[in-house]
Design a protein around this ligand. Structure first.
Ligand SMILES: [Zn+2]
Length: 243
């Protein structure tokens, strides 16, 4: 891993109104690092992040942590919608699902862990509030996606990884409408996802289940709340009950 750090100031930021208590991880979803940096620093694009980490571990600093970077867009977690205002955004160079999604290399992961450890300590951020962009914007976003190793982050104390809980009864999928769907939606809402507990498994519920799977059940991301997905969700929800 290189420990190179390069200052690459972006004009795309404004002021924060509150403290930092969340980290949101992204992938760049562009062909290469240079293209991503150009976009994150383009005043007409109006997007940015605090940091970008290239695949070789090079860290680019774009926006001061004390300022609000523009990385999350329309997003929500535990009912809170000003995600940019409370978070630090970190972009990981990866072509993403559109341009050739691939594994995040070891050098990139090591640098990310180093950076997150530092941020978490300085801002006293809970492991429960290190999240992916898809978690806070499941209808729009897929990043950092199912190849991102959240279990590893959790082992480093930088994310949550639940023990397997109770599976519940059978799989739930789009078109289902019953009390089990209400229970599923309530559980997803209890761990932070924005979802209405209306008992109807529609496109919104499918998107949230998909985001949950990218994070906690990455081997199969299909939007179906099968018994393994339900068991992981139950395990995660029980961590929140215990808090
Ligand atoms: Zn993103």
């Amino acid at each position: 891993m290189t420990d190179k750090t390069i200052d690459r100031p972006s004009p795309n930021f404004d002021t924060r109104s509150g403290p930092v208590d969340m980290i949101v991880l992204h992938y760049t979803g562009m062909k290469d690092c240079a293209a991503a940096l150009d976009r994150l620093c383009d005043p007409t694009a109006k997007v940015s992040a605090h940091y970008l980490i290239d695949e070789d571990g090079t860290l680019y600093t774009l926006v001061e942590e004390s300022m609000r970077a523009w990385h999350a867009g329309v997003a929500c977690w535990h009912g809170q919608t000003n995600i940019n205002g409370c978070s630090i955004g970190i972009e990981l160079v990866n072509p993403g699902h559109e341009f050739g999604y691939r594994v995040f290399p070891e050098s990139q992961m090591l640098r990310l862990e180093q950076l997150c450890r530092d941020i978490v300590q300085r801002h006293d951020i809970s492991a429960a509030r290190v999240l992916g962009h898809a978690d806070v914007a499941p209808m729009r976003k897929q990043d950092p996606g199912e190849l991102f190793d959240w279990r590893r982050m959790a082992a480093a104390g930088l994310a949550l990884w639940p023990d397997v809980g109770q599976a519940g009864s059978g799989a739930l999928r789009i078109g289902d409408a019953n009390q089990d769907v209400v229970a599923l939606q309530t559980a997803l809402g209890s761990v932070g996802y924005r979802i209405a507990p209306d008992g109807a498994f529609g496109t919104e519920t499918e998107a949230v289940v998909t985001a949950f799977q990218r994070h906690y059940r990455p081997r199969a991301v299909d939007g179906v709340a099968d018994t393994e997905t339900l068991a992981m969700l139950d395990g995660l929800a029980s961590l929140f009950v215990d808090l």
